[in-house]
Each structure stands twice: as structure tokens, then as C-alpha cells.
Design a protein. Structure first.
Length: 238
């Protein structure tokens, strides 16, 4: 078979979007199969699609642009994952926890895509950042606003609380991806504990009120233990 026969036939007029979609699919498959961004070269993508490298450059300026759109397109799935996770719970606290767990699972199960999307230093936001903000941030924010309405946390701008939850979810996911040999437990046990601690910590901070620091937190906890009649509770500091 000649090289000419191996090459893709010239596409009919108006099929540019179809080729663009095929390029994205090929690049996504290469990234998922290899688990390594370096494996997704313009030539490798072109070979998989059956076109010449210059055909790729018609749609994407360079490899970085292609990778960014691959990640952004794939992460639109996170929107539905988090939406479904929250919808499965009538209890708002459980919904918030479920969304955090869904985020961590999605990140770990799509490790290389998540690494590319969130662990590269960029001077400005990317398409992937925008997709993550429109999915993870929006869903977290909606749930936090419901928790505020229910009195679980103080009312106000949900952004700081969302950032706390997002940071916790991202931190656990990053640790599990970068250090898979650490004792994180089975079935995402570490993620479960961390997200629970963050949500509980925020709620307790708002209950204490004011400028909460280590001293105020310790005093509050000891008071609660004393109220429960714990024999091991030390004297409460003044």
C-alpha cells in the first residue's frame, strides 16, 4: 500500500469541524492511554487521525493549545459528575460532602488530565481553568449557599468557603496522584476524613464567631468535652 493511499482523503467542504473533533478525540485517547503528556505530539495525533501534521496546525496553533482544549473538553464531564453527586442527597451537608468526594474521584481516575489542568504554572487562566470554575466552583457555591440558608455556616459571600472546600479536595487529589504509595486508605478514606474535617471546622469556626485562632478553638473544644462529662478533659484555660 502506498503512502498516498495511507493518507486521509481530502475532506469535503464544510467538514472542518468534524476533523477538529477527530483531532481532539485522538489527542484525548493518546493522553489517556499513555498517561503521559509528552506522548501527545502533533505527529502522533496526525498519524492516529490519518492526516498530515500541517492539517493539525490549521485547527490548533501548537501542541499546548491542543492539549489545553483536550483537557477543557474532557473536564466538561466533571460538571455532570458533580451535579449528579449533589442531586443524590436531600441533606445539604451530605450533598456538599458527596460533591467533594466526586471531585476527588474524578481527578484521581483521570490523573494525567487533572495534572495537566491544575498543576502547571500559568501566567494567566486557561480554557481548562474556565471549565473547572464553571463546574466545580459553581456547584460548590450553590451547595454552600444552601448551607448558609439553613444556618449551617454564616451567611455571606460563599467564595471563601468554596475555596476552602475546593482547596481540600484538590489537595487530597493531588497527593493521591503524586504519591500513590502513601497510606491514604481504601475507597478514598483519606479524602472522606479531610473533607469532613474541613466542613466541620468551618461550621465550628462560625459557631465560635469573631477572630478565631488556636486559643479560641482549644477553649471551645475543651468546653464541649467538659459538657459531655469526659473524665480525661483537662482544666479549661481562662
Amino acid at each position: 500500500m502506498t503512502v498516498d493511499r495511507l493518507r486521509r482523503r481530502r475532506s469535503p467542504r464544510g467538514s472542518g469541524e468534524q476533523l477538529r473533533a477527530e483531532i481532539l478525540t485522538a489527542a484525548t485517547d493518546l493522553l489517556l492511554e499513555s498517561g503521559d503528556e509528552s506522548a501527545v505530539s502533533i505527529r502522533a495525533v496526525a498519524n492516529r487521525v490519518g492526516v498530515t501534521p500541517p492539517s493539525i496546525y490549521i485547527h490548533f496553533a501548537d501542541k499546548d493549545t491542543l492539549i489545553d482544549e483536550v483537557v477543557a473538553h474532557y473536564f466538561t464531564r466533571l460538571d455532570e459528575v458533580m451535579r449528579q453527586a449533589g442531586a443524590e442527597h436531600d441533606n445539604t451537608w451530605e450533598a456538599a460532602h458527596a460533591q467533594g468526594m466526586a471531585y476527588v474521584r474524578f481527578a484521581v481516575e483521570n490523573a494525567e488530565l487533572y495534572r495537566v489542568a491544575t498543576m502547571k504554572v500559568c501566567a494567566e487562566g486557561t480554557d481548562a481553568d474556565e471549565v473547572l470554575s464553571d463546574s466545580a466552583f459553581v456547584h460548590f457555591a450553590e451547595t454552600i449557599e444552601r448551607l448558609m440558608d439553613e444556618g449551617f455556616v454564616d451567611k455571606g459571600d460563599p467564595t471563601p468557603v468554596v475555596m476552602e472546600l475546593w482547596t481540600a479536595a484538590h489537595g487530597v487529589a493531588t497527593l493521591m496522584i503524586a504519591k500513590p504509595y502513601l497510606p491514604t486508605g481504601e475507597n478514598y478514606e483519606l479524602a472522606d476524613r479531610v473533607l469532613t474535617s474541613v466542613c466541620l471546622g468551618r461550621a465550628i469556626k462560625d459557631v465560635i464567631g469573631g477572630d478565631v485562632g488556636p486559643h479560641e478553638i482549644r477553649k471551645f473544644v475543651l468546653e464541649q468535652r467538659a459538657g459531655l462529662g469526659s473524665e480525661s478533659t483537662p482544666p479549661i484555660p481562662g
